[in-house]
Write a protein that binds this ligand. Structure first.
Ligand code: ADP
Ligand code: MN
Ligand code: MN
Ligand code: MN
Ligand code: MN
Length: 362
């Protein structure tokens, strides 16, 4: 596949002249939503009369929903608001839930059902932290900066690597980090990953549904920053076959119980519950029923086999890892390493809350 990078080739310096024009009391609101099962994000922008003070001030909106057979209307219901790092203050980004015109949640709206489960466990104060891995691609669809013919030198020096021969695309990573901070994303860090052109950022810890909201908005920011630079970010969990690492979205989980003294017992209990429902979890840890993760969870490249559940202290080849410091302190959190980079965080959180928290209060 090949793309033409139109947006990135215009004179970006000129942009500043227009961005600094006064806009009076008017405010630009960019609505962001999840398109469909493809887990892509979309956006469109409108003007409102004054700066919204909270999410309740932002009106619902409609968009044209195209299927193969028809064009219908769907409803955008704003659920959380961020500062806009592209159009700048006082302009806003709002994440929306999508509804049918009947006010039923659209089939891509997994936030709605996730929220219902999280409501039931909210006394547990569940915290999540997600590690979003992704791969930069050039406009030709080939990993960014890889030779057109042949391959870069083998994996080894790239993870947390520094230097022109090791780090491919750091400008994009750093600009995305800044954009997240400005917007109000609880981004907690970034690092270069094991495969060249592959990177990671972490969001969290976030309590409850906020985890999904923040991760989705951070993904929007990533694609939008990449647009400016004329590159693509893919969340495909295994963009390159062969001896190249795939991309995951590890999820770190804790509750008031696991964080308290002796919390390790609650962690071990949660892990036993996850073990029993391995197959169910694999089915929802990517948007295609486990098909995407089949390519990634091979048991090689710091992954566990998709067919087996395993857990261990400091074991990065396990399905679930207890961090070494957590084992030492005997309280804290655990890491489920199975979710694919292209997972829907709402679906993953919902499954974990159901399995580990709904009964038995882990
Ligand atoms: P790794 O060693 O797996 O690469 P990272 O440093 O990339 O770990 O990510 C750790 C993640 O764990 C971060 O997203 C952070 O927000 C999250 N985290 C830390 N403490 C907790 C906690 N108590 N509950 C849930 N998540 C947590
Ligand atoms: Mn139109
Ligand atoms: Mn990490
Ligand atoms: Mn990683
Ligand atoms: Mn991790």
């Amino acid at each position: 596949m090949s793309y033409i990078s139109v947006s990135s080739t215009v004179n970006k310096f000129l942009r500043w002249r227009y961005l600094s024009l006064p806009q009076g009391d008017l405010c630009q609101i960019t609505y962001v939503w999840i398109k469909d099962k493809s887990n892509e994000v979309c956006s469109k922008t409108r003007t409102v009369d004054s700066e919204p003070k909270g999410i309740a001030d932002i009106p619902e909106w409609e968009f044209a929903y195209r299927t193969e057979r028809s064009v219908g209307e769907r409803l955008l219901v704003p659920v959380c608001m961020f500062r806009d790092p592209f159009l700048l203050d006082p302009n806003k980004l709002v994440l929306c839930e999508v509804f049918e015109h009947t006010r039923e949640p659209a089939e891509s709206n997994h936030r709605n059902s996730c929220n219902k489960v999280l409501e039931l466990v909210k006394e547990l104060r569940p915290w999540f932290g997600m590690e979003q891995e992704y791969t930069l691609l050039g406009v030709d669809g080939h990993p960014y900066g890889w030779p057109r013919l042949g391959f870069p030198k083998p994996q080894g020096p790239y993870y947390c690597g520094v230097g022109a021969d090791n780090a491919f695309g750091r400008d994009i990573v750093e600009c995305h980090f800044k954009a997240c901070l400005y917007a109000g994303i609880k981004i907690s860090g970034t690092n270069a990953e094991t495969m060249p052109s592959q990177w990671e950022f972490q969001v969290g810890p976030c309590e409850g549904i906020e985890m999904g909201d923040q991760l989705w908005m951070s993904r929007f920011l990533l694609h939008r920053v990449c647009e400016d630079f004329g590159v693509l970010a893919t969340l495909d969990p295994k963009p390159m076959e062969g001896d190249w690492n795939g991309a995951g979205c590890h999820i770190n989980v804790s509750t008031v119980h696991t964080r308290g003294e002796g919390g390790i017992e609650h962690i071990e209990h949660a892990i036993e519950k996850l073990r029993k429902r391995h197959v169910e979890h694999i089915r929802v840890y990517d948007p295609h029923g486990g098909e995407d993760n089949k390519r990634r969870l091979t048991g090689l490249h710091a992954t566990s086999s998709i067919h087996d559940f395993s857990a261990g202290v400091a074991d990065r080849g396990a399905s679930v890892r207890i961090p070494r410091l957590v084992a030492q302190d005997k309280y804290g959190y655990f890491e489920d390493r199975r979710p694919a980079a292209n997972c829907d965080p709402y679906v993953v959180i919902c499954a974990i809350a159901r399995t580990c928290m709904l009964e038995n209060n882990v």
